[in-house]
Structures are given as structure tokens and as C-alpha cells.
Design a protein. Structure first.
Length: 525
């Protein structure tokens, strides 16, 4: 039996709930006794499982309705030989379960004896410039990347009223409109002086800048850094000690979710019943003072489709922000009856939700180990387009992954969605052609034998990867999504997009589930 998660301490619960707006009647303790309540949870990702833990530990029965055929949501691990590879969530943040409560379930998971980190015979990175793959001195790109990261740190001060003097314009102290404009402003003077002193051309500097910007898009989940709100940039908080889950324990991130699921199902009889149903894609949620009714379609062995109605006292919706955006924009695939209140609809529309994908190109032997530890691509804007598809230029680099079973490529935004539209064969061919030009092993480059890739953008159960605060949005929009609806909190939300400090992370999703359960069970903020 795994160590069971403790309930949040009162101070922790207060902190988690401080931004949640409670209905007036709920704040007065109105509600159904715990012994009689039944809560439906839509989604069996990290937020859904955490919500189920929090409620069942308080004796409240829960039914989890998951559209897919597995738990974990945007956590998905595949096996490459004997090695785990995470196609979804990759980084486990925090050293302890106090910071990241999901880590409580890792205590009995077998650790990777070798750490799982790829080994390389040559330190350093190979930096290539242009479509012909000419190798260049990567030190300038590295210095620019460091300056870029420092500029991002300076931008964090805006959210805390510490706007950097360089960021304020001449007109009433006006700030740049987004993070990209702020970073460019901070870097302009520093690198214009370097260029005047004989540094590489402006074209090269711009390519190096764009390379680091592409990396930031993959980190933040946006299509362009100009999508990111400057005013909200500093509200996100990093937990220290981030490590790849697949390097930390056997089975990758999915093993952690399976351990959490097993612990949930092994709960003592004194706790609330837990029912998990897979393949239940909820189409509508009707919420009223009488409770909630959820509807989905079920296909039986004869391929006949039946409409299923499920009644509960409350529902906690943990679907991705991408699914909620689809619901608000087009009324599907998930409908709310009555529609969500305007403040929630507006918050959903203002917040950002992007697609980030990974491709693992598989080889029989790690041919790159004696050449480089990482390959970086700098794409100048004034070079004519090659035969490469447009999404290739959204790749900032690649490294060995999965104990050097293959090379890992990341893409974000339109580059990711364009890649998803291609066949496996097209993706493999395009990446191999890129490596033939740029890897330094053109004459000896072996053929890959396959690939693994994600497709979060086109997956109807997710419609993207993770959230960010977009220009025009704010942290208040995240708080709005975290606030329950209905006189007795019949409708609540959880998920990484509902945590103001830890959005876009697994621990943010888990904390949001703890908060949703706490607020719903106690009925007070």
C-alpha cells in the first residue's frame, strides 16, 4: 500500500481557496450532508484524480467520467524497448510532496538505476545557421540566450509593481504591449552595442534571437512570445528541482498516475465510493438548483449507440481549457445548460491555450553521441525557403532522449499543428532530410526505423497542450475559472488552467483538484 496523501492542513486549504469566489448561500454552509452527496468528475487526469482523492477522503461518493480509454489526461507514457518516454507532461517539479503533492505516490515507485539520462561521448552543442546546415560558433547564440532569459526575469517584476525603467516608454510610462516587445526592448541596446563592436551580423543575431524565442514558445505553450501578457508574466511561480519523470522513476509520468489511481481504488471502506468509467465522452451538463445531469453516448457490443443520463448533486469539470474554448466558441463538444455565465465565458476566451508537441525519431544506434550533445538550428529570415515544410522552421533543436533510443524534437503553435497534419512517413522524411544537412554526419547518417509523436492539438479530448495568460487576459481570469457556480456549487472547475501560480503544470493541476474538493466539501472559502 502506498503512503496515503494527507488532507491539506487548514492553512494550506485557506491559501488554496483565497481566490475562489463562493456563492452566498454556499458560504453560509448550505448543501447536502456528506453522507448523501454524490459528485461527478469529468476527466481522469491529474486534476480529476486529485479531486476524487479530496472528496472520497471526506466520505463523499464520486464517479469519474473519462472520455478516453486511460487515466492521466495529458500525461501519456509510451514504451520504447524497455525505456519509458513521456509524450505529454515531461517535467516533475519540486523535491517533496509538500510542494508537489502528486509526488507522494512516487515513494514506492522503482527509481531509474542509471538516472535514465542520455549519455553522450562529446560535450557541447553543434549550432547550425541557415538551410544548408553550415556550422557556426555557438557562443554568441548562447550569450544571447542567457541575456534573453535574464530579460524574461526582469519582465517578472511588472506583475509585482517593479517595472524596469528601461521598459517604460516616454508616453506616461507606458509599458510594452506584450512579453516579446518587452524582451526586444531590453535586449536592443545591449546587442546593438555588441554589433557595433564587430559581433556577427544583425541577420545572425536575429536568427539567434528567434531560436531562443522558439524555445520559449515550447516552454510557455504559445504560438509566439507576443501572445504572452506582460502584466501577468511574473505571477507564474517555478518550483525548484525540475527533472524528467522518465529519468526519475521507471514507467515515466504515467506510472505516477497509475500509482495514484491504485491508491484511490484501495481506499478503506470508510471513505466515499469511487467509480471510474472510461470511454464516457460527456456531451452536455445540465445544472440547476436540483443538481446536475450529465449526458453522453455509449456504444455497446452490437455497435448500437445509447444516450446515457447520469445524475449527481455536483459536478467538477476538469477538461482542458481547449475543450472549454471549443464549448464557448461553437457549443461543442461539451455543452452547458444553461450556458456558462458571461464572466466565465469571457475568462475562457481571454486566456491562452496552445499546442506543444514532441517527436522522437528512433534509431538502432545513437550515432550522434560522438558528434554533439545537442543540435541547435538558427533560421535566418533572408534565406530562401527550401523544400522543407514550413513547420521544420519551428524546430529550435534536438537532443538524445529515452536513453539515446532516439532524437527528440519539440514544436509549438502553428508548427505543432502543421506537423500533426502530416503522416508519420512525411514527418520522418522531413526530419531525416534536415539531419542530413545539419548533423555533421551526412555521409554516414543511418535511416531511422520509426518514430513516436504527440498530437495534442487535433485530439478532440484536449484541443491543445497547456494554458498561458494571453495578451488581454489576466490572473483574475484564472481565479474566475476556479470559482464554483450555482447556489449550492453545483458546477465547479479544476485543472492546470485554474491555478494562478502553477498553470501549465501537473502540480498545478493536482493542487487545483485539492482546492476544488476542499471548497466543495466544506462549502466555505
Amino acid at each position: 500500500m502506498l503512503t496515503r496523501m494527507p488532507l491539506p492542513a487548514p492553512l494550506v486549504a485557506d491559501e488554496l481557496c483565497r481566490a475562489v469566489k463562493l456563492p452566498r448561500r454556499a458560504a453560509c454552509g448550505a448543501g447536502i450532508p456528506s453522507s448523501q452527496r454524490h459528485v461527478a468528475i469529468v476527466g481522469a487526469g491529474a486534476a480529476g484524480l486529485a479531486t476524487a482523492f479530496g472528496l472520497s477522503r471526506r466520505g463523499i461518493a464520486v464517479t469519474i467520467l473519462e472520455a478516453g480509454q486511460r487515466v492521466g489526461g495529458r500525461i501519456r507514457t509510451v514504451e520504447v524497448g524497455d525505456e519509458p518516454y513521456d509524450l505529454g507532461a515531461t517535467w516533475a517539479h519540486g523535491r517533496t510532496a509538500e510542494a508537489n503533492p502528486a509526488l507522494a505516490f512516487a515513494k514506492e515507485l522503482p527509481l531509474r538505476s542509471s538516472g535514465g539520462a542520455p549519455k553522450t561521448g562529446k560535450a557541447g552543442a553543434r549550432t547550425v545557421f541557415g538551410t544548408d546546415g553550415s556550422e557556426v560558433d555557438g557562443r554568441v547564440a548562447s550569450r544571447l540566450a542567457s541575456a534573453y532569459a535574464l530579460a524574461l526575469e526582469e519582465c517578472e517584476g511588472v506583475a509585482h509593481g517593479k517595472a524596469v525603467e528601461e521598459l517604460q516608454g516616454t508616453k506616461d510610462g507606458e509599458l510594452p504591449p506584450n512579453v516579446e516587445a518587452a524582451v526586444e526592448k531590453l535586449l536592443a541596446r545591449r546587442f546593438s552595442d555588441a554589433a557595433a563592436a564587430g559581433a556577427p551580423s544583425a541577420c545572425f543575431l536575429r536568427a539567434a534571437y528567434d531560436w531562443r524565442a522558439q524555445l520559449e514558445c515550447c516552454i510557455s505553450g504559445c504560438d509566439a512570445v507576443s501572445d504572452l501578457s506582460l502584466e501577468a508574466w511574473g505571477e507564474y511561480e517555478d518550483l525548484p528541482h525540475a527533472v524528467r519523470a522518465s529519468n526519475r522513476w521507471q514507467g515515466g509520468f504515467s506510472a505516477l498516475m497509475q500509482a495514484a489511481l491504485q491508491d484511490l481504488l484501495d481506499a478503506p471502506s470508510s471513505e466515499g465510493d469511487v467509480d471510474i468509467r472510461l470511454g464516457c465522452s460527456v456531451e452536455s451538463i445540465r445544472w440547476s438548483d436540483d443538481g446536475v445531469q450529465l449526458t453522453w453516448r455509449s456504444r455497446d457490443s452490437s455497435s448500437e449507440v445509447d444516450e446515457v443520463h447520469f445524475h449527481a448533486d455536483h459536478v467538477v469539470v476538469t477538461t482542458s481549457l481547449g475543450v472549454l474554448k471549443d464549448s464557448v466558441a461553437s457549443g461543442g463538444p461539451l455543452r452547458f445548460e444553461p450556458p456558462l455565465p458571461e464572466p466565465k465565458r469571457a475568462a475562457i476566451e481571454r486566456l491562452g491555450f496552445g499546442t506543444v508537441d514532441k517527436v522522437l525519431l528512433l534509431y538502432e544506434q545513437p550515432w550522434w553521441c560522438d558528434l554533439w550533445a545537442a543540435l541547435r538550428f538558427l533560421w535566418p529570415k533572408d534565406v530562401a525557403q527550401s523544400e522543407d515544410p514550413s513547420w521544420i522552421r519551428r524546430i529550435y533543436g534536438c537532443t538524445g532522449a529515452c536513453d539515446n533510443a532516439g532524437l527528440e524534437f519539440w514544436l509549438a503553435g502553428s508548427g505543432a499543428t502543421d506537423m500533426e497534419a502530416c503522416s508519420d512517413q512525411e514527418v520522418q522524411k522531413s526530419l531525416q532530410r534536415l539531419l542530413q544537412r545539419c548533423s555533421g554526419a551526412s555521409e554516414t547518417l543511418p535511416e531511422p526505423y520509426g518514430l513516436h509523436r504527440s498530437s495534442w492539438g487535433t485530439d478532440p479530448n484536449f484541443r491543445g497542450s497547456y494554458s498561458f495568460v494571453a495578451v488581454g487576459g489576466s490572473g483574475a481570469d484564472i481565479d474566475e475559472l476556479a470559482s464554483p457556480e450555482g447556489s449550492r456549487m453545483q458546477l465547479s472547475f479544476a485543472g492546470e488552467h485554474t491555478h494562478r501560480r502553477y498553470y501549465s503544470t501537473v502540480h498545478g493541476a493536482w493542487w487545483s483538484g485539492i482546492r476544488a474538493a476542499e471548497v466543495l466539501a466544506e462549502g466555505v472559502g
